[in-house]
Design a protein around this ligand. Structure first.
Ligand code: MN
Ligand code: MN
Length: 474
């Protein structure tokens, strides 16, 4: 959609920019932010066809960027239920304007381009907000190594490797990959869990007939994550300080290891998710198999870990809050699991509630400032994933990806009010103050007064650059 004649003036909002938070105006011309100032006056001519929005008492923020979603994810026994249409509508309704999706695995032995080609097809006529993909690594040979820089040239400047699951990478493979990505200026994202420990614990519990949901958590204790993270840190060091992005950090122990590595000058970046900040492992013991709702990897942890993660956001050991959005119906989880947690598809929804949850539980409960909020929800993910300054910031010349959040909106989160294509939300019943009432993507208002008015297929693939932070060889 060409938007040349588009003029939108947002008046009197509380603007959150990297330098300051202040009451002022924001002018959008076409798809970009044309001006940010204390007061902006339009000429009579422009006034005639400009859209005027009064944002008095509301926050004007950079659109949320969720760099960890799994739309269309095929895990063999099931497919994650949000596709690039339903998932991005939900994202938009919750104030997210760009996602970077983690593709699932392709056929065994497929090229590094296979899943990206597949995902372009999934997204292109469906996404309502802008998007990109991470690459996915599932085996390693000379061809893959040669293709990593080629994929980066297509705008896929981050790639993920797993230390567990079917296509897990051994330490040697990780080391080779890290040397390659360091050279290519590519960021490697890692799902860090110690596979052999998971398997031995799981095997032990299943033999003992311990199959309830809580044993999902018990088979993935804190050290499963923290030991894997320590290993990654050592490998990155060995690979000439190759930048690494740790996804979905859930533990204090892992956080402390990352903090230490950062202090030693290592290039370790970390993400956490709302579920690890807000939910705890007691949920696994809910009656009537409800614990299955919270099966995800890594599992939910104790309150002590939650507190540490909040502190990690505050002191900037953690850079990003993303969701790992990967919904399966509770009905389906129960059906596939039966009485056995190990058969339950893992993952929860979160793309829609991320912004309001963190605004309410983070900013309003004084665990982070407004600017820290904008940083971890938009600016840092944009910088780390090569989207900045086109995305992630309220600044002249950036894409007009903007949300207006009404801090007076009192909302009780429920599955019924959300737009995610799933029969439950892990955040059911949680009260929040503040919800995005307007979402704009490249100058186009796609959510107005909390109603979706965007168009299927409006979202564009964003060809990402090499990272601004994290990749020190930019
Ligand atoms: Mn993962
Ligand atoms: Mn994931």
């Amino acid at each position: 959609m060409e938007n040349k004649g588009n003029i939108v003036l947002i008046k009197n909002g509380i603007l959150v920019t990297p330098d300051k938070v202040f009451e002022g105006d924001l002018l959008v011309i076409g798809e970009t932010i044309a001006k940010v100032d204390d007061s902006i006056l339009l000429s009579d001519e422009d006034k005639a066809f400009a859209t005027l929005i009064d944002a008095k008492g509301k926050y004007v923020l950079p659109g949320g960027i969720d760099v960890h979603t799994h739309f269309n994810l095929d895990i063999g026994v099931a497919v994650a239920q949000d596709d690039f249409y339903t998932g991005t509508v939900a994202a938009a309704m919750g104030g997210t304007t760009t996602i970077v999706d983690h593709p699932g695995f392709g056929p065994k032995g497929c090229s590094i381009f296979h899943q990206i080609d597949t995902y372009h097809e999934y997204a292109k006529e469906n996404a309502v907000i802008d998007y990109s993909f991470h690459g996915v690594l599932q085996h390693l040979d000379e061809k893959i190594i040669a293709d990593i820089p080629k994929l980066a040239d297509q705008g896929i400047t981050s790639m993920k490797a797993y230390m567990t699951y079917d296509f897990m990478f051994s330490d040697d493979m990780l080391l080779t990959v890290l040397r390659t990505t360091k050279e290519a200026g590519v960021l490697i994202a890692i799902h860090a869990e110690d596979d052999s420990k998971i398997h031995s614990l799981r095997h032990k519990f299943l033999l003992q007939g311990k199959k309830e949901a809580i044993y999902h958590a018990k088979s993935r204790p804190v050290t499963v994550e923290s030991d894997a993270i320590k290993k990654v840190i050592a490998l990155s060091h060995k690979a000439n300080n190759a930048p690494v992005y740790i996804v979905h950090l859930s533990t204090k122990e892992g956080l402390l290891a990352i903090k230490k590595a950062k202090e030693a000058g290592q290039n370790i970046i970390a993400e956490t998710c709302p579920q690890y900040l807000l939910l705890d492992e007691s949920l696994y013991t809910l009656p009537d198999h409800q614990g299955l709702k919270y099966i995800m990897s890594p599992p939910l942890r104790t309150k002590e870990n939650q507190n540490a993660l909040w502190e990690g956001l505050f002191d900037q050991t953690l850079s990003v809050i993303a969701t790992d959005h990967c919904p399966f119906d509770f009905k389906l989880k129960k059906k596939l699991a039966g009485d056995d947690f190990s058969k339950c598809p893992g993952g929860v929804a979160g793309v829609e509630a991320r912004v309001p949850l963190i605004f309410s539980k983070g900013v309003l409960e004084q665990k982070m400032s407004l600017q820290c909020f904008a940083r971890v929800m938009a600016e840092n993910p944009a910088k780390i994933m090569g989207l900045y300054p086109k995305k992630g910031v309220i600044s002249k010349g950036s894409d007009a990806d903007i949300i207006i959040l009404d801090p007076e909106q009192k909302v009780t989160i429920s599955q019924k009010m959300l737009h995610e294509n799933v029969d439950y939300t892990p955040y059911e019943g949680i009260n929040v103050m503040g919800w995005p009432v307007l979402t704009m993507v490249r100058g186009s208002i796609i959510v107005k007064d909390s109603a979706f008015i965007g168009k299927k297929g409006y979202g564009k693939f964003i060809k990402r650059k090499k990272a601004l932070i994290g990749a020190d060889n930019r």
